[in-house]
Design a protein around this ligand. Structure first.
Ligand SMILES: [Fe+2]
Length: 183
């Protein structure tokens, strides 16, 4: 609700600025006021962009597990996670929020299967323990999805943090252990 309100305030300020710029130009291009307002508009947009992407997860080369296809999967997961965070934080509407969440969950499942298949092919010794971690995570996410069905948007509080913490810790910790077997 608070975020909806701030988005509304921001949209109103931007709208007013655009109208003021238009009116300013009625007095000719030599009038400095619309140019100053354009600069203010650009600064507001840049600051807003910076603040809204500050908490997004960014891929680091140090996350690499030494297998390019799995690195690509992990990058895609980070991208989908950021998309979901935006959908949740900025109240983009149920349809987009649900779509972003489903895409993230489905890709996570697809990636786990692919990773497990590769580990099995290389006879990775910790395969069963690793599979259990994947299973537990999927179960936790299924619980979130169920909650979402009954409580809607409010049920997603904490989900983005859980998912980003889990994924980054997993990619950057547990997944690294198979590096020497799969690379
Ligand atoms: Fe994994």
């Amino acid at each position: 609700m608070k975020r909806n309100f701030s988005a509304l305030i921001l949209a109103s300020i931007l709208g007013l600025l655009i109208v003021a710029i238009g009116l300013g130009f009625l007095f000719g291009p030599a009038n400095p006021v619309p140019w100053i307002l354009i600069a203010v508009l650009v600064i507001i947009i840049l600051v807003y962009r910076h603040v809204s992407t500050k908490h997004q997860v960014k891929w680091k080369d140090s996350y690499s597990v030494g297998v390019s296809s799995l690195d690509e999967d992990h990058k895609k997961l980070i991208e989908l996670l950021n998309q979901f965070q935006i959908a949740y934080k900025y109240h983009t509407g149920e349809e987009y929020e649900r779509h972003a969440l489903n895409e993230l969950v489905n890709y996570t499942k697809y990636h786990f299967e692919r990773e497990e298949r590769m580990m099995a092919e290389r006879e990775y010794p910790d395969l069963e323990a690793h599979k259990k971690l994947h299973r537990d995570m999927v179960m936790e996410v299924e619980k979130f999805l169920k909650e979402y069905e009954s409580r809607g948007h409010e049920a997603l509080e904490g989900v983005a943090t859980y998912l980003s913490d889990w994924l980054i810790n997993h990619i950057n910790g547990i997944d690294k252990k198979y590096q020497s077997y799969l690379a």
